[in-house]
Design a binder for this molecule. Structure first.
Ligand SMILES: Nc1ncnc2c1ncn2[C@@H]1O[C@H](COP(=O)(O)OP(=O)(O)OP(=O)(O)O)[C@@H](O)[C@H]1O
Ligand SMILES: [Mg+2]
Length: 449
């Protein structure tokens, strides 16, 4: 199939992997002969009589949006020239992921507790959302948890629902994966608690590499009996707080089992530290208050420590937010009105990924320590020194040294102390920059109230 066109819009470029219902390909999305983006295209066969119903179900997947649900772009029909009247190929275009949790776990025997908390928190928040929409995933397993950059996302939500509605042998296949299936699933009972059970199994698996019902070694009816009748086995060394969560998830009666919200509350850090934790960054909503603008690219650049590009991206998004892309500067009035939500996102991302070195709030603190200068004076120069915007240069024939302001370019090329972000000030004269700087500092203060 690689090299073929699924339909006029999607051209298959690489096979990723197969599952029990079909395969996933990397595909180019092509419009007017131009590649717009790469997507992951999941392809499976469905009965023609079920087509409309199933497209409608896939559309549901494309409508569900949450930071920890894999983004599904569109549902498609493909290979239309194939002469089969009975069955059709359906496709679901989604954001391509870096790897699955199953691949991630294959490289490590177990994960450190903090990372497990972080991953479970992200999955639980997706489940809280799905359950609020009356959707039970029913196939939560490491293959369906995908990493996109640093964010973990749940995939294949809604699709298991689609697949149960078909009548052919392909579509009436047992839903769920036995290892992660709760007792009531064997009686065909579907409740949100199904997913919470799977989450509990996943939690123990990530922490210890061991399954609570020895499912690393047993399968079929033996596993079913154990899941339905026996108490789970908890390996030694599972800390009390994790044990409480796993036990809450593995209560046999689904009505008494914990909810996804309870799991989420339990894995959240108890003491909120002043430093942002990875999980709070992962939970950060990265969309701007202005429609159509977001900070995903900024996050990815910062995560890759591409400071120069991240600095440019920061400036471009901030100009865009205030409709100043053409001018490429922000005036004092713009800064006074700059949305708090956006300023907080930008600052959190910078502070987090630079481990407290860069960011507007870091600069602001230094600015305050230097006496909060609003005009050109010694304090402003001291601030410039401390923040890393000034340097020494040799002057005159005696090689005397003089301190002076660096060009924006040289700040960006060799960032030091707290010198970033800086490009946002690039179009401003020094006079204006000082005024603008103090208004940004003031805006940060107001936004944190
Ligand atoms: N958007 C994606 N980006 C990258 N890889 C993906 C994406 N979606 C799925 N995959 C990978 O492709 C493989 C096949 O996925 P698929 O959903 O068809 O099967 P599965 O999840 O392994 O099993 P099942 O069919 O039981 O759901 C998975 O192992 C998954 O890791
Ligand atoms: Mg899958």
């Amino acid at each position: 199939m690689v090299g073929e066109q699924f339909n006029h819009k999607y051209h298959l470029v690489q096979f990723i992997d197969s599952g029990s219902f079909g395969g996933v390909f990397l595909a180019n999305e092509v419009i007017a002969d131009r590649v717009i983006r790469q997507v992951a295209l999941k392809i499976f066969l469905v009965e023609t009589s079920q087509l409309d119903l199933q497209i409608a179900e896939l559309r549901l997947a494309t409508r569900l949006k949450h930071p920890h649900l894999l983004d599904c772009f569109s549902s498609e029909v493909g290979f239309e020239d194939e002469e089969d009247e009975e069955e059709k190929y359906l496709g679901l275009a989604m954001e391509p992921a870096t790897e699955s949790l199953s691949q991630y776990l294959a490289k490590r025997e177990t994960l450190p507790p903090q990372e497990v908390r972080n991953i479970i928190g992200q999955i639980a928040s997706a489940l809280v959302f799905l359950h609020s929409q009356n959707i039970v995933h029913r196939d939560l397993k490491p293959e369906n948890i995908l990493r996109v950059g640093e964010v973990w996302k749940v995939a294949d939500f809604g699709i298991s629902r689609v697949l149960t509605q078909g009548t052919s042998t392909k579509t009436t296949q047992q839903i769920g994966t036995p290892v992660y299936q709760p007792p009531e699933s064997y009686q065909g009972e579907i409740r949100p608690g199904w997913d919470v059970w799977s989450l509990g199994i996943l939690l123990q698996q990530m922490l210890t590499g061991k399954h609570p019902f020895s499912a690393n070694t047993i399968t079929g009816p033996e596993l079913m009996m154990k899941v339905m009748m026996q108490e789970p086995e908890f390996p030694e060394g599972l800390s009390d707080d994790f044990l409480t969560i796993v036990k809450g998830c593995l209560v046999k009666n689904p009505k008494e089992r914990w909810t996804a919200q309870q799991v989420l509350d339990a894995v959240k850090p108890r003491v909120s530290s002043s430093r942002d934790t990875l999980s709070s960054i992962a939970d950060l909503d990265l969309s701007s208050e202005r429609a159509g603008i977001n900070y995903y690219k900024l996050r990815d650049l910062l995560a890759a420590k591409k400071w120069k590009d991240a600095d440019r991206e920061t400036a471009e998004r901030m100009w865009e937010v205030m409709g100043r892309q053409k001018e490429e500067w922000l005036g004092v009035e713009d800064i006074k009105k700059f949305p708090c939500k956006d300023l907080k996102i930008i600052d959190k991302l910078w502070v987090h990924y630079s481990q407290g070195k860069f960011g507007f709030s870091v600069q602001k603190k230094i600015w305050e320590e230097c006496g909060s200068p609003t005009e050109y004076n010694d304090d402003w120069e001291r601030f410039g020194e401390a923040v890393g915007w000034r340097e020494g240069e040799a002057v005159g024939w005696r090689w005397a040294f003089r301190r002076s302001w660096m060009s924006y370019q040289s700040v960006v090329d060799s960032p030091k102390e707290a010198s970033l972000p800086t490009t946002i000030w690039v179009g401003l004269l020094m006079e204006v920059a000082r005024c603008a700087y103090s208004s940004l500092a003031q805006r940060l203060v107001n936004c944190s109230k």
